[in-house]
Design a protein around this ligand. Structure first.
Ligand SMILES: [Zn+2]
Length: 300
């Protein structure tokens, strides 16, 4: 009974340590902001081949309001956490008061996470979790750019293109889209689905991966292997990840290894032989094929 809260706390603390290590400063964000229009413009240009001329007009109109929402800087994050902690827990008021003059967000949250009662910290854990995840925000027409992506950019440009892929998907579902464009998208989605051996609920995320990769520069660093990194340092993550199947049934993304190999296959025509035989040893078989070919067939 005691196990679960401790796991939660460790999960939250580990997530927080990532946030702490990557929180951008104001200058980094200001520099990144200058590239916002270029990144969005390049994405639209490169994915325009998926659209009929009529649909392209509708999408470009929709995309006029696309924008990035940047991660909070260290000082903004500190204020957010202080506010949450004040609201959540009187006992922490002392910590907050104590750290007011010299605190980093890290001091406040680390002290908070070190305390025994974790249930009252659930709000801050939810907040921390949200802050480290890049996300396309449908209603806002925006992409939330996480601290890791901000700090490691342009290496992480592929992640932004994935999120812009979601905005494109949303726009395709809401704007005046031609039958031709719809048919092209359906064909690609059917193709993407056929690459999964397991029953797939990954359509939306696979589409974002697909559109994102079309938008990536040829020599762009594939970001997928970043996900294969052992961020938490517990050694368990990599063991779980080396499978085509996603071990987390609640995750709507294809598994990390699947995504890395799908990207490799799209860039190079196939996956490395060594990966294919390693998978075979695990009883898994990759079924990657190039879904760009199917969309080109529709476009003819
Ligand atoms: Zn996604």
């Amino acid at each position: 009974m005691d196990e679960k809260p401790r796991d939660n706390r460790n999960g939250c603390a580990a997530t927080y340590s990532i946030l702490k290590a990557y929180s951008p400063n104001d200058q980094t964000i200001a520099d990144f902001k200058k590239s916002e229009a270029t990144i969005i413009g390049r994405f639209l240009k490169k994915t325009s081949g998926l659209l009929s001329a009529q649909s392209a007009i509708a999408i470009n109109e929709n995309a006029k309001s696309w924008h990035f929402i940047f991660a909070p800087s260290q000082s903004q994050a500190l204020q957010m956490f202080k506010d949450t902690l004040s609201a959540e827990r009187d006992g922490l008021q002392e910590v907050i008061n104590h750290t007011k003059s010299t605190a980093t967000a890290g001091d406040v949250v680390t002290l908070a996470l070190d305390t025994e009662n974790t249930s009252e910290l659930s709000s801050i854990c939810i907040e921390v979790n949200k802050l480290i995840k890049d996300q396309a925000l449908r209603n806002e027409h925006a992409v939330y750019v996480s601290p890791v992506v901000t700090k490691l950019w342009p290496k992480t440009g592929g992640i932004l293109n994935h999120e812009l892929g979601h905005l494109l998907d949303y726009a395709l579902k809401s704007e005046g889209i031609s039958d031709h464009t719809r048919k092209t998208k359906d064909t690609i989605e059917t193709c993407l689905k056929s690459r999964h051996a397991e029953a797939s609920s990954y359509s939306v995320e696979d589409w974002a991966d697909f559109a994102g990769q079309i938008a990536n520069d040829k020599d762009a660093e594939p970001f997928e292997c970043l996900f294969l990194r052992d961020w938490v340092g517990d050694g368990e993550f990599n063991k779980r990840s080396f499978s085509l199947e996603n071990s987390d049934p609640t995750d709507k993304h294809s598994g990390d290894m699947y995504r890395a190999l799908a990207k490799f296959s799209m860039m190079n025509g196939d996956i490395p032989k060594s990966c294919r035989s390693a998978l075979q040893q695990k009883g898994e078989q990759a079924k990657f094929k190039d879904c760009r070919a199917t969309s080109a067939a529709v476009s003819k």
